[in-house]
Design a protein. Structure first.
Length: 460
């Protein structure tokens, strides 16, 4: 919190000048290089790739080389040499094979055993293969998440980019309006001194000037907060130079604004239905929900495989088994095929299968709910585009009318043909029209960015 506060303070001190201009494309590239959350997402995707390779290794044979040294203490070995009270003799007696007259030849005080063991699972209910498929799906899911995080970062940058430009424009509108109001206030003051204007008109206009000064201060504060978020999203430090969003020309959006602003209710609905199909086909988050269902299906199938017999192949090569470490006392090979049929191993497997089936059902419900939520948000963004397009057309006409009306009333006031109240009202209407048009333009751009995010399209 202290670092953020310090960052905001530095940004506030820097103000709106002495900053390098940066295009939206350059800002997106910079954020991809420095944003900490995005860099963390890249590492998550890298871990998913490693997990996929790790699961692939479970399909390969397991090769183990082991060596064992067994030392028998002198007292025990002496008794064994005398032919009694040692484990091998007792074993022979218990199995009715008789007690040997002398210790066996392969009993040594120091014995070395070296074996090479190769094991390969032939069938285990498909758990290894399904585990590999799960790891692959999880890796693909992590890549999709990285793509979504990249797009989210792009749109966050674009949102801040145009929001800063929006408040920069609002700042100009507020400053120009305040400058005009101060000029009108001086005129009213002079007329009040000359006895032409009423004292009440003068006081009323002073209040309007104070209100505009407060509006200007609010715009500056909002701009400072936006710049703090802009710096953090770009991944910059307080000591770095904060780049300034470069200006853009709104004219490139005018054709689209004109088209959307002319749509009636039926046409808007028809346009949305076409966009809806595109969202369903291209939205990356919907694809992620499908991938999650695939992973849950594989987990469920793997749990069913726990009830299946397992077949494993093991080959053991004894390299050495004598009293000298010279790798010459062995040579035997054993090939074993192990078939295991699970009959009853408690109820944990049953409940694990039930748990996996529940997780699959939950994933399918989450898919339906998530898809519905995504479509609703996309529809809301599309309607916001249309609404702001219509606002732009309306406010453009209102601003033209407000400018004409203000100039007429200002001329009439200067000629003494109208009172200050009419001038105040005309000034307020002009100021409001400029603010509304500026806000509507940038709100249209932000709504367009929000909607195109659902189409999985970059901002560049």
């Amino acid at each position: 919190m202290k670092i953020l506060s310090l960052s905001c303070a530095i940004v506030t001190l820097l103000g709106f000048s002495f900053l390098d201009a940066i295009t939206l494309k350059e800002a997106v590239k910079l954020a991809h290089q420095k944003n900490k959350s995005y860099l963390s997402s890249k590492l998550d995707a890298k871990q998913g790739k490693h997990n996929s390779y790790s699961a692939l290794g479970n399909l390969l044979p397991k090769v183990t080389l082991s060596s064992t040294l067994v030392h028998i203490d002198s007292d025990t070995f002496s008794k064994m040499q005398m032919g009694y009270d040692y484990s091998y003799t007792r074993y022979l007696a218990e199995t009715n094979l008789g007690i040997p007259s002398k210790p066996p030849d392969d009993v040594f005080q120091n014995s070395y055993t070296t074996q090479l063991v190769v094991s390969q699972p032939i069938w285990n209910g498909g758990s290894i293969w399904l585990g590999y498929k799960q790891a692959q799906e999880a890796y693909k899911l992590s890549e999709m998440k990285l793509k979504v995080d990249s797009l989210d970062l792009e749109y966050k940058i674009a949102e801040l980019y145009f929001s800063i430009l929006k408040f920069k424009e609002l700042l100009k509108v507020n400053e120009q309006s305040l400058k005009s109001s101060i000029s009108n206030l001086k005129t009213i003051e002079n007329q009040s001194i000359a006895g032409i204007a009423k004292e009440s008109d003068l006081q009323q206009y002073k209040v309007k000037v104070l209100e505009k000064e407060n509006d200007l201060l609010q715009v500056k504060n909002s701009s400072s907060i936006l710049r703090c978020s802009w710096m953090n999203t770009l991944g910059l430090k307080p000591a770095d130079i904060l780049p300034e969003p470069d200006a853009f020309n709104f004219s490139e959006y005018e054709d689209e604004v004109e088209y959307l602003s002319r749509l009636n209710t039926e046409q808007i609905e028809a346009e949305w239905l076409k966009k809806k199909e595109t969202v369903l086909k291209s939205n990356e988050k919907i694809k992620m929900l499908d991938r999650t269902i695939n992973i849950s299906k594989l987990a469920y199938m793997s749990s069913l495989g726990n009830f299946s017999p397992s077949l494993n192949l093991t080959w053991t090569k004894t390299i050495e088994d004598d009293e000298k470490l010279d790798f010459k006392g062995g040579g035997s090979s054993i090939l074993a095929v192990n078939l295991s049929i699970p009959l009853f191993k408690g109820t944990s497997r049953i409940w694990n299968t039930s748990k996996a089936k529940t997780a699959l059902d939950q994933a399918e419900i989450n898919k339906a709910d998530g898809e519905s939520g995504i479509l609703l948000a996309a529809q809301s963004s599309f309607y916001a585009m249309v609404t702001n397009a219509k606002k732009i057309r309306i406010y453009s006409e209102s601003l033209k009318s407000a400018k004409i009306q203000y100039n007429q009333i200002k001329n009439n006031y200067d000629a003494g043909l109208t009172d200050a109240t009419s001038l105040i009202d005309a000034d307020l209407i002009l100021y409001s029209s400029e603010m509304q048009l500026t806000s509507a333009r940038y709100d249209f751009i932000l709504a367009k960015l929000s909607f195109y995010q659902f189409l999985n399209q970059g901002v560049e």
